[in-house]
Design a protein around this ligand. Structure first.
Ligand SMILES: Cc1ncc(COP(=O)(O)O)c(C=O)c1O
Length: 466
């Protein structure tokens, strides 16, 4: 990595904060040696975080040293599982500085599952509204189907290109009490998984003071930012743990404020969620708190690994991770924007803020040829793959941000839907929108990222210069 070594002095001059994050280089050597041993440049942390070797070792040692039974019981092996599940639950609260008096942790399969719990249980009805920003993940967008089915109105707040931020008056207008329909549920991502934009967490209290319940999608934010639920108090927070620390997969959480949780009405009951159910009497009573939302048996073998993973991130230090990722994203953006074809045209178009204020380590671009035409994002991902660079291309399950970033109008989308059937493939749909990008290339940094990763991507990008 000679080139990276030559470039690092200039990088450190421009981003002096990076020097204080050296502990993460040691951590990378100890815990993520497989990245360099296998020649990987991993740049998809918004897709999934990576686990440190010691997390897996500690978890397997734990599983091999004890006996764990189904937690829905009172026997010794069952109690052992319950102890560790409850320990993980307490740790999630302390990780987010949430008081158990204010918040409850419900373990789910992932963030999408947590969102579905909210969607299917929220008291939507005629006269209530579901308001959300355009740059939500599809698993938040999908809640509109529950809202619509129960007669609630859905309203999107647009994000403005090129930064893809929302200005405060637009939010205030959308949440205004004078508009038709009362309050309801307001949802936004703490960090957009498309653009890296971090929205103003001040919206939470502003919306609540007008009677809204606030759903904060924290999935893309929490891996590299501190979320302090002592300071910000959204009603619902959703996340997936693999995005934070890679392992275990298949576990997420809905962290809910008690009064908001009390408003949710579950559409069914299942094993584990009731205090009592009767077939003869055709009645049931739901359990209280988290238990009412955890259908069937929890992933009790994996949950101790959540405790271990949280400890791993705490010992690395979220503030250090945040600082490193900010420096790398800042350098990457500046370096990519500086690349020009011999025609003078820029190599990339950036979607999202060009500075590092209120943005995370997710950088989304499209590549352009010397005459300004799009270079297909799938081609870029494939070429990166040949160099063992892992990036993501497409719309990242965030169609709203993509449509606004690429200037695809609702009319164009509607006409393509009208001409297509349920069975249309993504590629066929793309062909319907002529001459515009329908996806982009996403590079994202995380806990184990270093300067060589960012540098490798910029060197890779140069091959498309003409
Ligand atoms: C912002 C955001 N919300 C929700 C999700 C959904 O997470 P999962 O697929 O783990 O349910 C993702 C995943 O990429 C995301 O980035």
């Amino acid at each position: 990595m000679r080139g990276a070594l030559d470039a690092i002095d200039l990088f450190l001059e421009a981003w002096p904060d990076y020097a204080a994050t050296g502990a993460l280089d040691e951590l990378r050597a100890q815990e993520f040696g497989r990245l360099d041993a296998e020649g990987h440049t991993y740049l998809d942390y918004t897709g999934a975080g990576l686990y440190g070797a010691s997390q897996v070792r500690r978890h397997s040692d734990l599983l091999l040293s004890d006996v764990f039974g189904n937690p829905h019981s009172d026997n010794p092996t069952s109690k052992r599982s319950t102890d560790l599940v409850e320990r993980a639950r307490r740790h999630v609260l302390s990780f987010f500085n949430a008081s158990p008096d204010d918040y409850c942790v419900i373990f789910t399969g992932n963030a999408s599952h947590a969102l579905k719990l909210i969607g299917e249980s929220y008291p939507f009805g005629p006269g209530t509204r579901f308001v959300l920003t355009f740059d939500n993940h599809n698993s938040v967008n999908g809640i509109r189907e529950f809202a619509r089915a129960r007669g609630a109105e859905t309203e999107y707040i647009p994000v403005d290109p090129p930064d893809l931020r929302v200005d405060a008056p637009t939010v205030e207008h959308a949440l205004g009490v004078t508009r038709s329909g009362g309050p309801g549920l307001f949802a936004f991502p703490a960090q957009s998984n498309f653009s890296g934009v971090q929205h103003d967490l001040g919206w939470i209290a502003a919306a609540q003071s007008r009677g809204w319940d606030v759903l904060l999608d924290a999935a893309a934010f929490v891996p590299t930012n501190r979320l302090d639920l002592g300071r910000w108090t959204p009603d619902f927070v959703v996340l997936s743990f693999y995005k934070l620390f890679g392992y275990p997969t298949g576990v997420g959480a809905l962290v809910a404020r008690w009064p908001a949780l009390a408003k949710l009405r579950r559409p069914w009951f299942a094993g584990g969620t009731i205090t009592v159910a009767s077939v003869g009497a055709d009645r049931h009573h739901l359990a209280r708190g988290a238990q009412a939302f955890e259908d069937g048996t929890l992933d009790f073998a994996s949950l101790p690994a959540v405790d271990i993973g949280l400890e791993f991130v705490e010992s690395a230090g979220l503030d250090v991770i945040h600082r490193r990722v900010t420096c790398l994203a800042g350098w990457l953006i500046t370096s990519l924007l500086a690349l020009r074809h011999t025609t003078g045209r820029p190599l990339v178009t950036l979607y999202g803020p060009a500075d590092v204020r209120a943005r995370g380590g997710t950088v989304t671009v499209n590549f352009r040829d010397a005459s300004g035409g799009f270079i297909d994002h799938q081609r870029i991902e494939a070429a990166a793959g040949e160099r063992r660079i892992s990036i993501r291309s497409g719309c990242f399950c965030n169609p709203g941000a993509g449509e606004l970033a690429m200037g695809i109008s609702p009319e164009e989308m509607t006409s393509c839907f009208a001409r297509s059937s349920d069975r249309i493939t993504y590629d066929d749909f793309r062909r319907c929108i002529d001459g515009k990008g329908t996806g982009a290339v996403r590079i994202s940094f995380g806990l184990a990222s270093n300067f060589a990763d960012a540098w490798t991507f910029v060197e890779f990008a140069r091959q498309f210069l003409a």
